[in-house]
Design a protein around this ligand. Sequence first.
Ligand SMILES: Nc1ncnc2c1ncn2[C@@H]1O[C@H](COP(=O)(O)OP(=O)(O)OP(=O)(O)O)[C@@H](O)[C@H]1O
Length: 309
Amino acid sequence: MIVTQNLSKKYAKQLVVNRLNLNVRQGTVFGIIGENGAGKTTALSMLVTLTTPTSGKAYVNGFEVSTDPVGVRRSIGYMPDSFGVFDDIRCEEYLLFYADCYRVPRDIARQRCNEYLDWVGLAAKREAYVNTLSRGMQQRLEVARCLMHDPPVLILDEPASGLDPRSRIELRSVLQRLKEMGKTILMTSHILHELVEVADELAIMRAGEMMAVSSVNVLKNHSTAYRTIRIVGTGSDDLWKSALTEDKHVLNYHIGPEFVEVFYGGTVDQQARLLEEMVQRGISVHQFFEYETDVEELFLRLTGEVMTE
Ligand SMILES: Nc1ncnc2c1ncn2[C@@H]1O[C@H](COP(=O)(O)OP(=O)(O)OP(=O)(O)O)[C@@H](O)[C@H]1O
C-alpha cells in the first residue's frame, strides 16, 4: 500500500532521508521509531506530497508521489506532528469544512461527522470550539478529520506526543478500531512501547537511515525467549570470557565494572548450568539475577539476526 524505493531528501548538504526503502502492506500498521531529527517527519512529508523527494520513488495506494500527487492526497488522511486546526471553529464545522475540501457530498459528510465524533468520544463536544478541547481531544478530533474523505491510508506523525497516560490509552483504542476498519496506517513515535501496542511491523530510523525492520510478533515472542542476566562476582576477565563464550546460549555479553551483563537465549535449566560452570571455573559469583530486557535493545539485537517474517 505504501512502497518507497531509495527515497532520499537532501537539504543543502545534509542528507536528511537516505535511501529509504519501505513496504507497508495493506491493512497493517507500520510504526517508525526514531529520535528527534532522525528524519521521520521529512520521510512522511514526502509521502504526503508536502515535500519533493531529491531522489528515489514513493507510491501510496498505487500513486507515485511526484507524478500523481492528487491521487496520493485523495488516498491519505494525514495528521501532522504540529497541530493545525483553526481556533475559533466548532468541532462539527471543522469536520464539515474538511469534508467540503474533499468535495464529500453534504449528506454523507454529516453522516460521517456524527459517526466519527461519536466514535472518537467527542459526540458531546460537537458544538464546542476546537480551542476549548484538551490536547487528547484535539488529537482524536484530528483522527476524525483524517477519516472524513474515507481514505484507505492514514499517515500519523507522532499522534501520541504530548498526551497524558489516559489520553494515550484512549488514542490507542481509536487506533485499534482504525486497524479493524482495515485502514493501512503508517505512524511515528519516539517511544517504542507505544508502537508495540498497535503496530504489526516496526522500523528504527537514525540519522536519515532505516536501521532495522522487524515484525512485532517476532519481537514479542523473543522478548520472552531472550533474557538479560546480570551477574555480580569476582574473577579475571579471561575466566569470564571463557565461561561466556563457550556457552552457545550466550548471545552477547558485556563485562562492566560492577556487573557482567549477559543476553541469554537458553532455558532456565541451561541458565542454571551456566552458573554452575562459572563457579567450577573459579569465578566467585555473588549475585546472578534476571534483569528486565529493554525492548528497544532487544529489537536492535534481534534485527541483526531475525528479519521481518
Ligand atoms: N525544511 C528544512 N530545511 C532544512 N533542514 C530541514 C528541514 N526540515 C527538516 N530539516 C532537518 O532535517 C533533519 C530531520 O528532521 P525531521 O523533522 O524530519 O526529523 P524527525 O525525525 O521528524 O524529528 P522530530 O521527532 O523532532 O520531529 C533535522 O536535522 C532537521 O533540522
